[in-house]
Write a protein that binds this ligand. Structure first.
Ligand SMILES: [Zn+2]
Length: 304
C-alpha cells in the first residue's frame, strides 16, 4: 500500500466500482475537473465501448452540470480527414437548408449580422449561405483538406490555421461554432477563445453541440457506439457530451454571462448577445473589411 497517495487519488479510488481492476486504476489516475463547467465535483461512471478503435474507455460525469465525457486519445489521420471531407459533401444539401433556417431564426431574435466568422467551418457550407445572404465571411478549420476543397470548389477564402482570439480578424457581428466542441477533449480551450473574441468585438456568439437528452438516458446502461442519435455514438470522436446547463455555465465562466438556449433548427445551442450599446458603425465596418489583406488576396486570386 502506498501511503504517499494524494487526496485526489484517494477520492478517485473511493469513487471506483468495488470490482474495478488494475487496468481501470491505471487508466483513471486522478479525477479531472469537468471539461465543460470546470467543477471539481466529478465521478467515474463506467467503461464504454468505442466504434472505430473497438476499445473500452472510461466515461466520467460532472455532478454539478451533468455533462459526460469519455476522453479517447483518438487522432484522425490524413485518410480520415479525406473521409471527413466526403461526409461534409454528403450532407451539403441538408446543411445548406439548416444554415438558412439558422439565419432566419437569428433574424427573428433581431440578429441580422453583416459579417460572420465560423470556427470549425469544414467545407464552408454555412458560410456559402452567409455569403449568398450578403454577409462578409471569415472561416477557420484545422482540416486542411476541407479548406482546400472550399477554396478550389466554392471560391471561399477560408483558413486552415489554428484559430484563437488573437488571430487577426476584421470586425465581425456574429461568431459561430457548430458541431465542433463535442469532438474536443478540452472544449474549454476553444470556448474561452470564442467568448474572448465575441466580447472584444461586441459580436453575438452561437455555439451548437448535440446536447444530452434525458429521454435517451437508458443508453447509460447499454452504451451503443454504432447507432447514430444515441448519446455515445462514435465516441472515439464524440468525446464531450454536453448538458445545456453545462454549456451555459461555461459561457458564464468565460465572461459571456446571460447566454440562453437557442433552437437553430437542426442546430441547437447556446446564444450570447452583447448588452453594450457600443455597436460597430457601417462605415467603420466597410472600411476595415476593405483593408483586410486576406480578403484582398482572395479577390485577387479570384480575378487571376
Ligand atoms: Zn460540469
Amino acid at each position: 500500500m502506498d501511503f504517499r497517495i494524494s487526496g485526489d487519488m484517494l477520492e478517485a479510488r473511493r469513487l471506483l466500482p468495488p470490482d474495478a481492476g488494475g487496468y481501470q486504476l491505471t487508466e483513471l489516475r486522478i479525477l479531472q475537473p469537468c471539461p465543460v463547467c470546470g467543477s471539481q465535483y466529478t465521478a467515474y461512471v463506467r467503461q464504454v465501448p468505442t466504434r472505430r478503435t473497438n476499445r473500452e474507455i472510461p466515461l466520467y460525469s460532472c455532478l454539478d452540470c451533468q455533462s459526460f465525457w469519455n476522453p479517447s486519445g483518438y487522432r484522425e489521420d490524413e485518410a480520415q480527414l479525406r473521409r471527413d471531407l466526403q461526409w461534409n459533401l454528403s450532407v451539403r444539401d441538408r446543411n445548406t437548408e439548416a444554415a438558412n433556417t439558422l439565419f432566419d431564426r437569428l433574424s427573428h431574435e433581431g440578429i441580422a449580422p453583416r459579417s460572420v466568422a465560423e470556427i470549425g467551418c469544414g467545407i464552408g457550407t454555412l458560410l456559402n449561405v452567409a455569403r449568398d445572404r450578403g454577409m462578409e465571411i471569415v472561416g477557420h478549420d484545422v482540416n486542411a483538406v476541407a479548406i482546400e476543397h472550399a477554396k478550389t470548389e466554392f471560391g471561399l477564402a477560408l483558413s486552415s490555421a489554428l484559430w484563437t482570439a488573437e488571430t487577426p480578424t476584421p470586425p465581425v457581428d456574429l461568431y459561430l461554432c457548430i458541431m465542433v466542441l463535442e469532438h474536443m477533449e478540452d472544449p474549454g480551450l476553444l470556448l474561452r477563445e470564442l467568448c474572448k473574441a465575441a466580447m472584444a468585438q461586441q459580436a453575438a456568439l452561437f455555439v451548437s453541440v448535440p446536447f444530452l437528452n434525458r429521454k435517451k438516458w437508458h443508453f447509460i446502461l447499454e452504451p451503443d457506439p454504432m447507432t447514430a442519435g444515441t448519446p455515445f455514438f462514435d465516441n472515439d470522436v464524440h468525446v464531450t457530451h454536453f448538458s445545456k446547463k453545462g454549456m451555459i455555465a461555461a459561457f458564464d465562466r468565460f465572461g459571456c454571462a446571460g447566454a440562453k438556449p437557442f433552437s437553430g433548427g437542426l442546430w441547437n445551442g447556446v446564444l450570447w448577445q452583447p448588452t453594450s450599446e457600443a455597436t460597430k458603425s457601417d462605415s467603420a465596418t466597410r472600411l476595415s473589411w476593405l483593408k483586410w489583406p486576406w480578403k484582398r488576396n482572395a479577390e485577387a486570386q479570384a480575378r487571376s
